[in-house]
Design a protein around this ligand. Sequence first.
Ligand SMILES: [Zn+2]
Length: 465
Amino acid sequence: MNIIVNEENLHQISSDMANHYRILPKESSADSIELYVDEETGNNELKDELELLLGKEISFISVSGYDIEKALSAYYRKERTSSSGKSLNIDNGDFLDNLMEEAKSLKSSDIHFEVYEEAARVRFRIDGQLIERYKIERENYLELVNKVKIRSKLNITEKRLPQDGRIKNDTFDIRVSILPTLFGEKIVMRLLGQDASNIDLNTLGFQEEELYNYTEAVKKPNGIILISGPTGSGKTTTLYATLRLLNDSKRNIVTVEDPIEYTLKGINQVQLKEDIGLTFASTLKSFLRQDPDIIMLGEIRDSETALMAIRASLTGHLVLSTIHTNSALGTISRLIDMGVPSYLIAETLNLSVAQRLVRKLCPDCKKKAGCSNEDFPKSYKIPYEIDTLYKPVGCNRCFHTGYKGRRAIYEVLNIDYNIAVAIKNNSLNKLFTDNNHKSLSDKAFDILAEGETSLEEIYSILINI
Ligand SMILES: [Zn+2]
């Protein structure tokens, strides 16, 4: 059914209200209003509620959820973006601190300042997605850039070259990057040094049995734990949750990272500085003379570091690190490619974990929808049939994104005796086809089937593996 809204009536229902109740106004008079409503939600209860809210007599025209969704994005999209774009007042001396405080309280990882020909804006990255937060008057943008530069001790007269700086005080550690673009300088602030004392392994997304296997393996006194996944898949968070578990007065924990994303009391953190020769490999060498129990390396990206990590674990240390591969199995082939002999991998690797982050659907507005096998990527073999899933909608509580919070999906490969033998004999693939090891994509499918996330969110995981 075609939904035709008289634009003059749009103001009668706010964007928030329209999206929340899944309604659009058709015709209205002084004491009555005719509303298009989703046939699945348009009952008498809703009618009573709306009559109270609007103070008018309501009549419903029921249409399909699909039509409502289409019409909502057609008629209310403009408002959806502008409703978040409050103007940022930069005259206030504390505006930068307030903005950073706000970003932190919304659990943002980055703040973006951008300028275009006619406008400028501030966006926050929340749950991995950029969300527009403020507009800035074009003529105030230069002043804003200067204020940020002064605060991060950068050269305010340099406008043609990129610059990197830092803002530090008691509650903030922020990395500032400035890049000249067509209409002015773009600024990205990365919020660092978040306190890791609240990250809990139990809430990251491990299933019960996985968590048991994981914690058993990280409690071993020596060996290597490797976590793989693309940038932004939450590897560092998993590592810090692990360090938190292991952090006690009896152990010496040292880390080398770039950048240091979290702080944790009681551990010794080193910032990588490759320009002065402080590399992962050289720092690891110094660590070994520091009587460590547990060593965390930000990343293993070359064979020198890989071999040193192996050596450290052979001499009685527990080494935790990340590696850029797509799956738990891929980590083993990557180590072999780096020149690590397979017998040494079999001997030292305790655990290979792969992970991805997915956004969770907002529980306040997610909507049931039908689905069929054709909706899934052709290359993916569905483990079991499902006929319904949930879709994002968008409401006040989720910045109109339809999502709220994220969780990790884990593939945990415990290197037990059988797997170690298979690594030594290069017969891992065979072991996997015989075994019923669950891949990341099948884990993602489970979470979809449980209604926790959407198909769009896991689609790339289903294709990639
Ligand atoms: Zn919502």
